[in-house]
Design a binder for this molecule. Structure first.
Ligand code: GDP
Ligand code: MG
Length: 357
């Protein structure tokens, strides 16, 4: 699952990329880069606190800093190919003030900027749909197969939706229809997270920022799109502090958790992912899994052998495991459940796969 970070130059994209991937600092760099975002998870931290494992492994998501693709490029229709492959978009909007940087933040109107980008995505999809409809018409003249007819109907519906200036994200599709159009990789269909990069002076009112800049109204009734506010500069300071000092530092700004935690969690939700854990003295690890996936899929995520030789999954909620103190104690108390291949894994399950391999 890959997320592409887009936005105007000097909005803090690379800064955010480096915070999420915990990579070396090189803001100002203007080259596309790819990396793995570490998904912070207090539940995993609690498990590691308990087990003191040799390895602590957070879940990871692929992140793409599309440094050379700006909303202006999108408008011009250039560079779009780089966006096709990503599963979700993160649009960075600059609200911090720095006189040395281009376009003054006071001029920035996030709701407008967001709406403009949305139109660009819609416009790009619309031209794709129109092209496809032309081809379909020709093909239908040659042969009227049910598959072609269904696609033609769906494309007509999509065109209508796009012409009403609605992103494809908000068009309800059944699973057959979703499969039919997957190959087009429509841009306005991708889930999107808007991140407002606030000025330090606004950091105290982070929770209200989305409302204050008029984004609530914009995002209402738009599934698959979210907005949240951070201050990348403060985030960088937090990251540079030793862990025990972070809570006090956050409290100074009236914050409960770092912004990158909220961003990572929002991405996770938008991508339709949950985490399950494996926990023990060797390693405590969080694994991303599509919501609705089965125990067998969880086994396969860990190792294909585990799926082949799957017998049962031993499952317990992460907090119940900690309350019991150990898997053995949990088993005695009857808190450890034995589940089969078809069990739907829940967010926060600790899973141990019993296998015959
Ligand atoms: N004051 C302030 N400066 C920031 C903030 N976030 C990023 N910057 C600075 O803005 C400049 C551009 O940041 P960068 O991450 O390279 O932006 P990009 O061009 O979107 O990748 C750098 O000098 C950063 O240090 C912020 O929250 N506050
Ligand atoms: Mg950059």
């Amino acid at each position: 699952m890959q997320t592409g970070i887009i936005g105007f130059p000097q909005t803090g994209k690379t800064t955010l990329f480096e915070l999420l991937t915990q990579s070396a600092s090189s803001p100002g760099k203007r080259a596309d880069q790819q990396g793995l975002a570490l998904i912070p998870d207090p539940r995993l931290d609690a498990l590691s606190e308990h087990y003191q494992p040799a390895k602590h492994t957070p879940a990871r998501l692929e992140l793409f800093d599309l440094a050379t693709l700006t909303p202006a490029d999108l408008r011009a229709g250039t560079g779009i190919a780089a966006l096709r492959d990503v599963d979700a978009l993160l649009h960075m909007v600059r609200l911090f003030r720095d006189p040395s940087l281009m376009h003054a933040a006071s001029e920035a109107q996030p709701a407008q900027e967001i709406q403009n980008l949305e139109f660009d995505l819609i416009f790009s999809d619309l031209s794709q749909v129109e092209k496809r409809r032309e081809r379909l018409e020709k093909e239908l003249k040659k042969q009227r197969t049910p598959a072609l007819q269904q696609e033609a109907e769906l494309m007509a519906r999509m065109q209508q939706h796009l012409e009403a200036e609605q992103p494809l994200r908000t068009l309800a599709l059944n699973s057959d229809q979703a499969r039919m159009v997957r190959g087009f990789q429509f841009l306005s269909q991708k889930p999107i997270l808007y991140v407002l990069n606030l000025d330090e002076s606004e950091a105290g009112a982070m929770d209200q920022a989305v409302e204050r800049y008029g984004l609530h109204a914009l995002l209402q009734a738009k599934p698959q799109s979210r907005a949240l506010a951070v201050c990348a500069k403060i985030e960088r300071e937090i990251a540079s502090l030793p862990a025990p000092e972070r809570t006090a530092f956050l409290a100074e700004y009236g914050l409960k958790e770092p912004g990158i935690v909220r961003i990572a969690q929002a991405l996770y939700e938008l991508l339709g992912l949950i985490s399950f854990f494996t926990a023990g003295q060797d390693e405590c690890r969080a694994w991303p899994l599509p919501r609705g996936a089965r125990a067998l899929d969880a086994a396969a995520a860990i190792h294909s052998d585990l799926a082949h030789h799957f017998i049962r999954a031993e499952v317990i909620r992460w907090n119940e495991l900690l309350e019991a103190g150990s898997e053995a104690a949990a088993r005695e108390k009857g808190r450890l459940r034995l589940e089969g291949k078809e069990y739907i894994v829940q967010d926060g399950d600790v899973v141990h796969i019993r296998h015959s391999g």
